[in-house]
Design a protein around this ligand. Structure first.
Ligand SMILES: Nc1ncnc2c1ncn2[C@@H]1O[C@H](COP(=O)(O)OP(=O)(O)OP(=O)(O)O)[C@@H](O)[C@H]1O
Ligand SMILES: [Mg+2]
Length: 644
């Protein structure tokens, strides 16, 4: 989750650090060019490289010495020129007209006198002109100065980085700079109202403080993933006429102890200043606050020092001696259960706004928002799509719209039709179809009977939703699937409904047994769900007569709060054994019931499976015609879970 700042809300100021970086890159490139140029000039102007003509043959020192010794008589060497310089080079002409050259030692005094005596035409050339002398004397000095300056600059820059470590990374956005407003958020009307009120508070604090009330300090947005918490905050940034700082909880966290705390202080400092400048207050938004706000460790040995310091700084800044007025902290999380209680008490995050999964009206609203940019076909009925997407979050629905548009493009259609929307819903629920996966005939039959078992029970059981589609084309992780979308939004389930759900889940296993007298590994997922349902019924919902109306174990959150790593066991071993037994007998009862129902309607099972083997997919209408449903429908028959 990395969406901390509204993408289309540019920061208020141009980022100076980035410019500085560009400058540095430029100066680095310049430096390299200058050094290369100097090296080039030095090579060119070096006398030993310049003055040596290519035609002159190299002569050994001893050969030269021998020639020189007798030159007065032989006159072998006609002419000699000595070039002074870093290395001394002698060039000469022999009697036969050939050129030669050789290097001679710097302090060979005998050689000089010998040359003087023996060679008639001898001249000395100074190696360096005035400019080359200047060059060689000053360039190294310049280079050293330049180098020191460069290193110094680098160091200063690093220093800056070090000192800006404790600075906040929050981005500030202005009203109107982002494109997202409350109009882009649908289905969370209560949350929107609350937030609008918060904006009012900041705009006109006097109005609310007139009768002695205090403006809230913190607002916590809580809800399952993808319900639009971050989006709401972006909308507030787009709507509020006050400075808005946003950052993510993880922006505080750093390797070094104390950095997070210092960033918190810096953040509040900046926000206070911005609030003063605007004269209206200011909003800070911390996304995914659980990254810093997790409960402090109370055990032996202390907890994570860095995070605790950061949290302490946050607690102090929100409600300390210098607690700011006219500053509201908004935060979002999907794990409110892990937050430190001190953070949640009145005076800090005193308002909690639950951003729940959208209901049918909300879903339609969200679909409308997200299909604004899509070319919709005439047959599209977003209300029907909303009906079929119970328990979908805003993010899921946005995904459905996008998938539908992509699918229509793949099918080379002019507009996005209802068929694409329905296919997209399925794709988002189950993952993409895997048509290429080859399956043996036997496996296909087995999958058909498994799915037929589920499908048949969804007809027979009164308390569960009837399937909408059954398929044996693999999708995502599943080899086949029976879709039984809830027909309406439900917040509670009865004991009977849960038991029906368990029976339905076991239909697949019974289907396999009926078909081949054996079962496969394909049932594992169903069995897992059945056990978890049974366990929740016994331990969390008090739905077992033997164990009574008691809830066992902590951390069994049936809602969105997420799974805990372990359930805290707050019951005796004896009870634990009893729980296991009750769970087992509940599952057994569901199994027996599924078996009985399927055996009674074996002919229907064969019919459904047969059609599936032939066509691979079947929807509810086809199934009704195939089975002559009215005759089969037993809705209304008393199906009471057996007492266990
Ligand atoms: N109520 C909504 N109205 C319109 N679009 C929504 C809504 N809820 C979610 N979306 C879509 O889903 C995307 C993800 O939502 P968002 O990032 O706000 O989720 P979240 O609640 O912050 O999730 P998390 O807890 O995982 O951070 C949004 O960018 C938007 O496209
Ligand atoms: Mg979010």
């Amino acid at each position: 989750m990395a969406q901390q700042t509204p993408k289309n809300v540019p920061p208020m100021k141009p980022n100076p650090r980035r410019n500085q970086k560009n400058n540095n890159q430029n100066s680095g490139a310049w430096m390299i060019w200058i050094v290369l140029g100097i090296i080039f000039v030095m090579i060119l102007s070096n006398p030993s490289t310049v003055s040596h003509t290519a035609t002159a043959a190299k002569m050994g020192y001893s050969d030269f010495y021998r020639l020189l010794k007798n030159n007065r008589d032989t006159q072998e060497i006609k002419k000699l020129t000595l070039t002074e310089g870093v290395d001394r080079v002698l060039q000469g002409k022999l009697a036969n007209g050939k050129d030669f050259r050789l290097s001679v030692p710097q302090d060979d005094k005998d050689l000089m006198s010998m040359i003087r005596e023996n060679v008639s035409d001898f001249s000395v050339v100074p190696a360096e002109t005035f400019w080359t002398q200047v060059f060689f004397n000053f360039v190294p000095v310049f280079l050293i100065i330049f180098f020191i300056w460069f290193i110094g600059r680098r160091g200063a820059e690093m220093g800056n980085k070090i000192w800006s470590f404790g600075k906040t990374r929050a981005k500030m956005s202005e009203k109107g700079s982002g494109k997202i407003t409350f109009k882009d958020v649908a289905g969370v009307d209560e949350a929107k109202e609350e937030l609008q009120e918060i904006i009012e508070f900041l705009k006109e604090p006097k109005k609310f403080e007139r009768l002695g009330g205090k403006i809230p300090k913190g607002v916590l947005l809580v809800g399952p993933p993808g319900t639009g918490k971050t989006l709401l905050a972006k909308a507030v940034a787009g709507e509020a006429d006050v400075p808005f700082f946003s950052l993510s909880g993880s922006d505080f966290v750093e390797m070094f102890v104390g950095v997070g705390a210092s960033r918190v202080r810096d953040l509040f400092d900046q926000a206070r200043k911005a609030g003063k400048v605007s004269g209206k207050g200011c909003i800070i938004f911390i996304d995914e606050i659980d990254a810093v706000g997790r409960q402090r460790f109370s055990g032996i040995g202390g907890g994570n020092d860095e995070r605790e310091q950061t949290l302490n700084a946050l607690l102090v800044e929100m409600d300390g001696f210098h607690s700011p007025s006219g500053l509201i902290v908004m935060a979002a999380t999907n794990r409110p259960d892990t937050l430190d209680p001190a953070l949640l008490r009145p005076g800090r995050f005193d308002r909690r706004i639950v951003v729940a999964l959208p209901d049918i009206v909300g879903r339609e609203g969200i679909l409308i928002v997200h299909s604004r940019t899509i070319k919709l076909g005439d047959d599209v009925d977003l209300k029907r799509v909303a009906q079929q997407t119970v328990y979908f979050s805003g993010a899921d629905l946005a995904n459905v719209c996008n998938e539908a548009a992509l699918l229509a493009a793949r099918r080379a259609k002019e507009t996005v039709g209802m068929a694409e929307f329905l296919a997209a819903v399925e794709r988002v629920t189950m993952g993409p179809e895997k048509k290429s996966r080859t399956t043996s005939k036997k496996e296909k039959e087995m999958t058909a009977y498994h799915e037929a078992g589920h499908a048949l029970l969804s007809f027979l059981l009164d308390e569960v939703d009837t399937f909408s589609k059954v398929s044996i084309i693999p999708r995502g992780m599943a080899g086949g699937y029976t879709l039984t979308p809830p027909t309406e939004d439900k917040h509670y389930y009865t004991k009977k409904e849960l038991f029906g759900q368990m029976t339905l889940l076991l239909g697949g296993l019974v289907g396999e047994e009926v078909f081949m007298g054996d079962t496969t590994t394909g049932v594992s997922n169903d069995l897992e769900k059945v056990r978890s349902l049974a366990r929740s019924m016994v331990c969390a919902f008090g739905m077992n007569d033997q164990l009574g109306k008691l809830a066992f174990g902590k951390g069994m959150h049936p809602s969105f709060l997420g799974r805990d790593l372990f359930d805290e066991k707050d019951y005796s071993d004896d009870t634990a054994r009893q729980i296991d037994e009750e769970v087992k007998s509940l599952v057994n009862a569901a199994y027996e019931r599924a078996k009985k129902l399927i055996n009674e309607h074996r002919d229907k099972l064969d019919l459904i499976a047969g059609r599936l083997i032939e066509k691979e997919v079947m929807d509810i209408d086809e199934a009704r015609t195939l089975l002559g449903i009215p005759a089969l429908l037993k809705k209304g028959d008393p199906v009471v879970p057996p007492q266990v």
